[in-house]
Design a binder for this molecule. Sequence first.
Ligand SMILES: *Cc1c(COP(=O)(O)O)cnc(C)c1O
Length: 458
Amino acid sequence: MPPKTFTEILLGGLATDGGLTIPEAYPKVSKEDLAAMRDMGYRELAFEVIRRFADDIPAADLKVIVDKTYTAATFRSDDITPVKTLEPGLHILELSNGPTLAFKDVAMQLLGNLFEYALAKDNAEINILGATSGDTGSAAEYAMRGKKGVKVFMLSPLGKMSPFQTAQMYSLQDPNIFNIAVKGVFDDCQDIVKAVSNDLEFKAKHKIGAVNSINWARVTAQVVYYFKAYFAVTKNNDEKVSFSVPSGNFGNVCAGHIARQMGLPIKKLIVATNENDVLDEFFRTGAYRPRPETSHTSSPSMDISKASNFERFVYDLVGRDPAIVKALWQQVDGGGSFDLAKTPYFAKVGEFGMTSGVSSHADRLKTIRQIYEQYGVMIDTHTADGFKVGIEHREVGVPLVCLETALAAKFDETIREAVGREPERPADLVGIEKLPQRFEVMNSDAEAIKRFIVSHTG
Ligand SMILES: *Cc1c(COP(=O)(O)O)cnc(C)c1O
């Protein structure tokens, strides 16, 4: 595609041929840059990293956006993403102190402010339509609440989310947030979103947009905390650090890959999957085989059958040749798969520091119990997958940082099963289930949902 600016990509989503967007070249950080970054606080560091991508946003504007996004009021401390050391060389990077207690807040909160900024420039509006089984939808709503020019129409399956997740979303009273509880399951919600998005005339006329995990700005926001954690666990910039990343759509670990390409001294990026192991299979064998079915597991936010951001990594792996990526994804989009095992590209996986492993429900329970007994720290089910696989790949003398992608409080059922007690919840969320809720119950009917959107937009 002809190159576009960061802001155009921010609002536009996919490339014209359906592919994902990626910078023509990654910005590099020099030794001097790294030295200067080492002592920066989160906001300063975020500005330094993101400005290298958001090159069409004037620095002064970007600074304001970053400063108002990453506050102690939203993320519970000025550290934003604190690192906790469990023992020498073993660390947990806390990414889940935002409003919805999962790492998606880190990127989504920035996205909310970037959207508002970009829309205000052209006096434009966007109506975000999404489907959620819990996590992504709530992160999007908390990021977009009260934002000028933005309305959110979020479909969720009536009565299928946990009481806590339901309360988090439905208790929002902001007039620009519309929770639509669909009489059906998550797949029905997703089908409606697809049906509406495929109606191109409706989509254009009513300015329908999305905030899914392929959004490039979200990836750039996630690059920041790899830098933050690196500086937190090292004394100088000659040391190398490995990261273990609980993975689903490959957005989080893709950000780690980009940090490494920028010059952050990362040794390994450890891709941890649950029973939905399409990524682990690729990193072990070279075959990428999206699955016809997704298993429902106790780390549900990693339940995926294909990993949407994986395309970005493969682009780098095949030497940044768009024709090769296009050919591979034509196979995938046609319901097929591809196998790089016998190509020179697969041998390069190691050069990119990538490795992987799988974690099961039993592994999750065992790991949650172990970390709790050994260190007194309660981790959630997704983070447990990361620890399980990370520890398998741990090397002597290389600090291992395990990314915490959600708080245990969100998954109390499995936590009870693992350690026989309730996880703690941040004080301000105690009793959230008792707050008044605001939502619309609707049939699983795309036309009815379209009418609802029309009647609630200008
Ligand atoms: C989204 C999510 C993941 C997976 O992250 P990707 O960027 O899709 O790989 C892992 N854990 C939790 C808690 C999540 O919400």
